[in-house]
Design a protein around this ligand. Structure first.
Ligand code: MIC
Length: 310
C-alpha cells in the first residue's frame, strides 16, 4: 500500500485537512534535502519550500527571479518525496512566464507531489518581496496566471492548493492589493497571501477582509526583514491566520553558523569549537537507519534465494 493510499488522501488533500482544522499552520522554510530532513525530524506537520532559499542553495544566486521552472520543480519534487505524508507548500514565484508557462509549472508541481503553491503578480524578472523596486503585472495578466493554474488543477482532477500572492501592496497600495486577492479567489484560488505587510493596521485589515469567508490567509514572516511587520506564532493564532511561513528559519542560522565555522577554519581555531556532531547523528536524520534496514532485508532475501536455488 502506498503512503498516499494509507493516508486516504493526496498531498493537496492532506494540506486541505490541516487547513480545515482552523489551527494556524506553522511552516518552516526549507530549501534542500538537508533542511527538509531537519524540519521533518523536528516534527513539523507541513513544510514550506522557499524560492529564495532554493535560488541561493541550488544556483548560488540571490532571489532575483533567476531560478528556473526546472530547478524549482526538481527541488520541490525531491523535498516533497522525502516524507510524502507531510505536505509541502512550494514557492512558484510568477509561474515562470505567461499563462502557458504557469500551466506547465502547475502540471509539474502536481506530478511531483507538491501539496500547495503560491503564485504572484510580480513581473517575471521578479525579486524578493521584501526588497525595494518591485514591479507588478496588470490585474488581467495576474488573473490569467491564476486561471491557468485553476484550469490545470481541474483538468488533472487534482486538489493541489492554489495560494494567490500579491506584491501590489508596495506598488499600488492596500486597496488594490485586497482587490487583486479577492479577484483571485473568484477565479478559483484557495488561499490568499498579501506580501510584505508593513504595519499592524494592514495586518488587521487583511485578516478582517477574509474572516468568516472560508478563505485562509497566509502570512510571510521574514525574520530580520526591515520591511515586514513581525508577529509571534501566538499572535498569528489570535489574528486567525491560516498559514504562517518562515522562509529564513533554516537559511539564516545556516548562514551564520557556516560563516562562523569557515572563519574558525581560516583563523586556525576550528579544533576549539565545542559543538561537534558525529557524522552518524546527521546521517540518521537523513534516513540512514531506514536505508540500511532495506539493504539488510534485500541481502537476506538474496542469501535465502541463493540457498533455495543451489
Ligand atoms: C517568500 C519568498 O518568496 C521566498 O522565496 O521564500 C521570499 C522570502 C525572502 O526572500 O526572504 C519573499 O519574496 O518574501
Amino acid at each position: 500500500m502506498s503512503d498516499q493510499q494509507e493516508q486516504g488522501s493526496s498531498p493537496g488533500g492532506r494540506l486541505r485537512q490541516l487547513l480545515a482544522t482552523g489551527v494556524t499552520l506553522i511552516c518552516p522554510g526549507v530549501y534542500d534535502g538537508f533542511s527538509a530532513r531537519m524540519a521533518l525530524a523536528a516534527g513539523f506537520k507541513c513544510l514550506y519550500m522557499t524560492g529564495a532559499g532554493v535560488s541561493m542553495s541550488r544556483i548560488g544566486m540571490a532571489d532575483l527571479g533567476l531560478a528556473t521552472q526546472t530547478e524549482m520543480v526538481d527541488a520541490a519534487g525531491m523535498i516533497a518525496n522525502i516524507d510524502p505524508k507531510t505536505p509541502l507548500i512550494a514557492d512558484a514565484d510568477t509561474g515562470y512566464g505567461t499563462a502557458i508557462n504557469v500551466a506547465r509549472t502547475v502540471e509539474r508541481y502536481i506530478t511531483v507531489g507538491v501539496a500547495g503553491f503560491h503564485l504572484e503578480d510580480q513581473v517575471v524578472t521578479k525579486r524578493c518581496g521584501h526588497l525595494n523596486g518591485k514591479e507588478c503585472v496588470s490585474l488581467g495578466e495576474y488573473l490569467s496566471r491564476i486561471k491557468a493554474a485553476v484550469e490545470v488543477r481541474k483538468r488533472r482532477r487534482s486538489d493541489i492548493v492554489i495560494i494567490a500572492r500579491t506584491d501590489s501592496l508596495a506598488t499600488q497600495g492596500f486597496d488594490e492589493a485586497l482587490h487583486r486577492l479577492k479577484a483571485a479567489i473568484k477565479v478559483g484560488a484557495d488561499v490568499v497571501f498579501l506580501e510584505a505587510i508593513k504595519t499592524k493596521d494592514q495586518l488587521e485589515a487583511y485578516c478582517d477582509a477574509f474572516r468568516g469567508t472560508g478563505v485562509a490567509t497566509l502570512y510571510n514572516m521574514v525574520q530580520g526583514s526591515t520591511v515586514g511587520y513581525k508577529i509571534t506564532p501566538k499572535q498569528a493564532e489570535q489574528y486567525g491566520l491560516g498559514i504562517v511561513i518562515y522562509p529564513g528559519l533554516c537559511l539564516v542560522p545556516a548562514y551564520l553558523s557556516i560563516t562562523n565555522a569557515l572563519r574558525a577554519l581560516k583563523e586556525g581555531t576550528v579544533e576549539e569549537s565545542s559543538e561537534r556532531v558525529a557524522p552518524q547523528e546527521i546521517f540518521q536524520v537523513c534516513g540512514m537507519n531506514k536505508i540500511q534496514e532495506l539493504d539488510r532485508e534485500v541481502n537476506d532475501w538474496v542469501q535465502t534465494f541463493e540457498k533455495v536455488n543451489e
